[in-house]
Ligand binder design. Structure first.
Ligand code: KG4
Ligand code: ZN
Length: 341
């Protein structure tokens, strides 16, 4: 029997709804919130208001594009956390009300697990999926983790950032350069025409499989500030080289620990997930490491790196198969560590 799942994602600044038939995506609609651009970061209160405005049209479009009606759905899956409380409340309240009104099974989803399980979405290209156990470098605006994935819901974080996330490092570096939020994709774009070995920034010396990005941000800030003292046009004239050098440093930091994790665990099925996995420098470095270390690599398909509801729907589908339904009383959680409290 075919199962139709409606996924709802509203953890940060993207409102998204998707429809899946089992593991196959029928639609994946994402409304980005441009309102944050001029503030240099997400403003939580503005994000929840925009989610309220977007959620009904986004769901309607997702159903239309999938060419199905509410009556065809079996499950509604929503992001319970981690994320911004106000944003999560909009998605979770909508999902609970929709489940009651339409008589659907309700399933709660962890956003970080969903980024990883996005690899199991079936698309037209029928790309291969990772085999267990695999390692996943999950790199987003709020998280940087190396996760050992032994089964769909058996995951262990074996490395994590002790301060900023990799996406935050991209966004903060972009902000220093006067670029709008989110700056990660812009750094990626400008880096394409730049020389990555032109400028050198300090890499952290952190033990184990953990990461740190706050020192890099400071190093970029001080360097650019010093250059601007003698050349007010420094950023504009060196934009491509600065972006390429910053990107290379972040990618190098990410890859060193991922390689270490693979060598320590002996696992050579390696995936990347989360917004930063869209980065072309990281994708290239993964391809090089695959050659060098005989890895089989898994890179999210376009549209499934950054926040999207298809990843919520696939996770919801796997939970449904395990008979793990949510009840109407569930509250959102803002941090992964408070998930079970
Ligand atoms: O997973 P995501 O969409 O949202 C969170 O859960 O945080 O990740 C957003 C992050 C932002 O920091 C954004 O700048 C970064 O992913 N990002 C990129 C690229 N595309 C998105 N960073 C570098 N290069 C990209 N192409
Ligand atoms: Zn995310």
């Amino acid at each position: 029997m075919n199962i139709y799942i409606l996924g709802i994602e509203s953890s940060c600044d993207d409102t998204s709804a998707a429809v899946l038939r089992n593991t196959e995506v029928l639609s994946n609609v994402i409304a980005n919130q441009e309102v944050h651009e001029k503030y240099g970061g997400v403003v939580p209160e503005l994000a929840s208001r925009a989610h309220q405005q977007n959620i009904i049209p986004v769901v309607e479009t997702a159903l239309q594009e999938a060419n199905i009606s509410k009556k065809d759905l079996h499950i509604i899956a929503f992001t319970r956390g981690p994320g911004l409380l106000g944003s999560l409340l909009v998605g979770s309240s909508f999902a609970k009300a929709f489940a009651l009104a339409a008589g659907l099974q309700l399933v709660e989803v962890d956003h970080m697990e969903a980024h990883i399980l996005a690899h199991f979405i079936t698309t037209a290209e029928h790309q291969p999926v990772p085999a267990f156990p695999f390692l996943c470098l999950t790199v987003s605006g709020g998280h940087t983790q190396i996760v050992r994935v032994d089964d769909y819901f058996q995951m262990e974080i074996i490395g994590h950032t002790i301060d900023d996330a990799a996406g935050e490092a991209f966004d903060k570096a972009a902000k220093i350069m006067g670029l709008p939020y989110p700056g990660g994709p812009l750094i990626d774009k400008f880096a394409a025409g730049g020389q990555a070995d032109r400028f050198h920034f300090a890499e952290p010396k952190i033990p184990d499989l953990n990461y740190s990005f706050s020192g890099l941000k400071t190093s970029i800030l001080y360097f650019i500030r010093d250059q601007l003292k003698t050349d007010t046009d420094f950023i504009e004239r060196n934009k491509a080289d600065l972006c390429a050098s910053i990107q290379q440093t972040i990618v190098s930091i990410l890859m060193k620990k991922l390689i270490m994790a693979s060598l320590q665990t002996g696992i050579r099925q390696i995936a990347i997930a989360g917004g930063v996995s869209a980065n072309s420098g990281l994708r290239k470095a993964m391809a090089e490491a695959a050659q060098k270390y005989q890895w089989e690599i898994f890179i999210p398909k376009p549209g499934f790196s950054t926040d999207n509801a298809a990843m919520i729907a696939i996770t919801g589908y796997f939970k449904y198969l395990r008979n793990e339904m949510a009840d109407q009383q569930l509250k959102p959680y803002t941090r992964q560590s408070s998930r079970n409290s």
